[in-house]
Design a protein around this ligand. Structure first.
Ligand SMILES: [Fe+2]
Length: 372
């Protein structure tokens, strides 16, 4: 099914009419109450059942509750307005909506349904609105769901909703989208189509960076689009070692996802430049070299070294520092890396290399020593 992309919220009402909506489930975070778009949605001629009973990094139990609300209230469409977690909750509600509620949804076979899923991202970073992935947590364990049927049918890229993002949110979401562009481009799963998205996303992110950081309307619109395109790239090619290494940095040190991913891509990129011989992409070392050159060009650099340094300088200019990692944390960080996600990476990264890369990150802070 082809995804429809709208560039502002005023067209949303017609979309709901066109899918025959009578009552929709509005999945939204607390942030929704502060958005101007709320006034438009309240005037819609359909019943709206609001569901906001979930937290960032949403729990399976919250999704179960959402499915129950969807069913019992007789909704016939889902509209998600929020960041990545909100969109993931909405995707899971759609995915589970026609399953047996008497059993664990995660253990059942997916039967695709045609419930319309419309989403309006309120950050420009995750690209979740473009992907077939959703992440929720059950009993402290991350559950990654992948199914084509959860790619939203309609996406509304309304720049106005980005107006009240904080400076840190702007920086971290920008970096998340940029890492999606970079990682999807060098991913072993890349295709001609995904590489086209990666290239366009990186160029647009760099083009709109300053205007977005200045909170201008053009900047917000440009970054929303760029992050969406980066989402389309990871929908095909997935992310690689940068994302595989970043999750524990978030849970251990409270760094935002995009901040953590960028710190990992930063150390990885330089390592890749120096160790291209470890290429495991089936298309070969020559192919990977060419891709690294193309990424450098998208950054406006004529060689890969300059591009990797430019990325480091970008982090410095945004004041995105590495956390105070203790040497004793390194084994835990390295053990957290998902080996399946590492397989998307074009270079072999055995465990000693992963540990060394975390050490490199720590080195940026002048080697914080263990307490006695
Ligand atoms: Fe990400």
């Amino acid at each position: 099914m082809k995804q429809k992309v709208l560039r502002n919220a005023s067209e949303l009402e017609n979309e709901l009419i066109s899918v025959g909506c009578k009552k929709f489930l509005l999945v939204c975070g607390g942030f929704y109450e502060c958005l101007d778009v709320r006034k438009q949605i309240e005037k819609f001629p359909f019943c709206c059942v609001k569901f906001n009973h979930f937290q960032p990094n949403p729990q399976y139990s919250s999704v179960v509750e959402g499915v129950q609300v969807y069913r019992e209230s007789g909704c016939d469409a889902i509209l998600a307005i929020g960041g990545g977690s909100t969109i993931d909750v909405a995707k899971c509600i759609k995915l589970f909506a026609n399953m047996d509620a008497g059993q664990n949804f995660l253990q059942q076979t997916v039967i695709p349904n045609d419930i319309p899923l419309l989403v309006m991202p309120t950050t420009a970073g995750t690209g979740s609105e473009a992907t077939r992935y959703a992440v929720i947590y059950q009993n402290g364990k991350k559950q990654s769901l992948t199914h084509d049927s959860i790619i939203p049918s309609v996406v509304v890229l309304e720049p106005d909703v980005l107006k009240s993002l904080s400076d840190y949110q702007r920086k971290t979401t920008l970096l998340d989208a940029l890492c999606h562009g970079i990682e999807s481009w060098w991913s072993v799963n890349s295709t001609k189509e995904s590489r086209r998205y990666s290239e366009q996303a990186i160029k647009d992110i760099l083009l709109y960076k300053n205007a977005y950081l200045d909170n201008s309307e053009d900047g917000n619109a440009g970054m929303l689009w760029a992050a969406h395109i980066a989402g389309k790239a990871i929908n095909i090619a997935q992310t690689t070692a940068g994302h595989a290494m970043c999750y524990k940095l978030t849970s251990l040190y409270g760094l935002s996802h995009g901040h953590a991913a960028a710190l990992c891509v930063d150390v990885l990129w330089q390592y890749m430049v120096e160790h291209i011989d470890g290429c495991i992409d089936h298309r070969g070392k020559g192919y990977l070299k060419q891709i690294m050159d193309r990424i450098a060009l998208a950054f406006g650099c004529t060689n890969v070294n300059d591009a990797s340094h430019l990325f480091t300088e970008l982090l410095t200019s945004l004041n995105m520092k590495a956390p105070e990692i203790r040497k004793s944390d390194i084994p835990e960080l390295a053990a957290s890396v998902n080996p399946e996600r590492l397989r998307n990476h074009p270079l072999d990264l055995p465990m000693p290399v992963i540990r060394m890369l975390y050490y490199k990150m720590l080195d940026r802070n002048g080697m914080v020593e263990d307490e006695d």
